[in-house]
Design a protein around this ligand. Structure first.
Ligand code: FAS
Ligand code: PHB
Length: 390
């Protein structure tokens, strides 16, 4: 098979790029190792920046998001039995975020790909990029006992943190930066009414907690847990009791509990791989960078990668201009590192660190007090949370 752009990974990054390119008549193929249902079974992000929402609309996939997603113009930070509101719109000239689950937006992208007869190949095993530092790169993959080859102009590694693309860049070229946090997030999805109309990020001596939602009948909650914990250590009752213990009394009193329909623990790490281009292979999304989800930057960092790649590829094929592709890595990394900083800052501000010394805890306290006493500090938080410009 021959195509223009071979995309490894059928998550939001790969599907979004595939859809945008197809709409411009740029032929592409997506190779996804799992089934569609497996990909849709993963519960991940919940908050979309303005830029991501705009890309969904440009990809002609924004209809259900606009109908079912919720516009949020603020959120709360809770501590010491009270909560204070972060006014996103008031500090960003009216900007906001859309609360709409990654599962649903990935479903919308899959449906749009199917409607356009997009080439998304599932259960593509042992995908390997070849000759990536030449003008004729190609992909191979296996289905059953048969091996297939796809010749392309460019390869996009949108295969997530554990994918094959980043590992295909020579070790003497690739530079990796990583910070692992000494705790994880235990997440629960429940068919219950959300405890708050806007998200609540809670800092407590017992650990961090987050009250989020997917709709008015589907709630998403998280608590910080030690890395040694497993979901077997947490019954639903134990989870609800601990969540309540970390929330202000008036919030805890209104918490509607119910059976968990999903329960998982995600480790927290900050990670960046440089460069995000090697030869004619480009990395995008989690294949190149990971953030702790405290700042809701994970999926949203993928959005700007896709935006830059999309415009670079369109300029290459429709105008013969390679400026966008040649500047991709530097341009994408400049925004990625700002999301890294913000996610590290939010995580450091709100979590209980097991090895923290009293001085660290005083700094956390001071940072929070400064945040709520300074327009400049609040504006900085707000402009990062709604998403810095692409
Ligand atoms: P993805 O990992 O989503 O997709 C990569 C795809 O490539 C997958 O479908 C995978 O099956 C496929 N693949 C991998 N290797 C392959 C191979 N060799 N061949 C073919 N296909 C291959 N972000 C937030 O903003 N908020 C959150 O709350 C949040 N929670 C998260 C919880 C967890 C457990 C994880 C892992 C991530 C979370 N994230 C969150 C970040 C997440 O939303 C990512 O940013 C987002 O999935 C990035 O999308 P992709 O870059 O498409 O990568
Ligand atoms: C979520 O709803 O899953 C969510 C929201 C905001 C975050 C992290 C996760 O910062």
């Amino acid at each position: 098979m021959k195509t223009k752009v071979g995309i490894i990974g059928g998550g939001p990054s790969g599907l979004m790029l595939s859809q945008l390119l197809d709409l411009k008549g740029i032929d592409n193929v997506v190779l996804e190792k799992h089934t569609r249902d497996y990909v849709l079974g993963r519960i991940r992000a919940g908050v979309l920046e303005h830029g991501f929402a705009e890309l969904m609309r440009e990809a002609q996939c924004g209809e259900r998001m606009d109908a079912e997603g919720e516009i949020h113009e603020g959120f709360y930070i809770a501590e010491n039995n009270e909560k204070k509101r972060v006014d996103l719109a008031g500090h960003t000239g009216g900007n906001s975020v859309v609360v709409y689950g990654q599962t649903e937006l990935t479903r919308d992208l899959y449906d749009a790909r199917a409607a356009m007869n997009g080439k998304v190949i599932h259960e593509a095993l042992d995908v390997k990029p070849h000759d990536i530092n030449t003008k004729n790169p190609y992909l191979t993959y296996r289905q059953g006992d048969e091996t297939f080859r796809i010749d392309c102009d460019f390869i996009i590694g949108a295969d997530g943190f554990h994918g094959v693309s980043r590992k295909s860049i020579p070790k003497d070229v690739l530079k990796e930066y990583e910070k692992v946090y000494p705790f994880g997030w235990l997440g629960v999805l429940s068919r219950t009414k959300p405890v708050s109309p806007e998200l609540i990020y809670a800092k407590s001596d017992r650990g961090f907690a987050l009250c989020s939602l997917r709709s008015q009948v589907l709630s998403r909650y998280y608590i910080q847990v030690p890395l040694t914990d497993s979901t077997d250590d947490w019954s639903d009752e134990a989870f609800w009791d601990e969540l309540k213990a970390r929330l202000p009394d008036d919030v805890a009193a209104n918490l509607e509990t119910g059976p968990s329909i999903e329960k998982s623990i995600a480790p927290l790490r900050s990670f960046v791989a440089e460069p995000m281009r090697y030869g004619n292979m480009f990395l995008a999304g989690d294949a190149a960078h990971i953030v702790p989800p405290t700042g809701a930057r994970g999926l949203n960092s993928a959005a700007s990668d896709i935006y830059y790649l999309y415009h670079g590829l369109v300029d290459h094929y429709l105008k013969g201009d390679d400026t966008g592709l040649d500047s991709y890595s530097d341009r994408a990394l400049a925004r990625v590192w700002k999301a890294q900083r913000f996610s590290w800052w939010m995580t450091t501000l709100l979590h209980s660190f097991p090895d923290a010394i009293p001085y660290d805890r005083k700094l956390q306290q001071t940072d929070l007090e400064y945040l709520f006493s300074s327009e400049a500090a609040m504006t900085s938080l707000a402009e990062n949370y709604v998403g810095l410009p692409f």
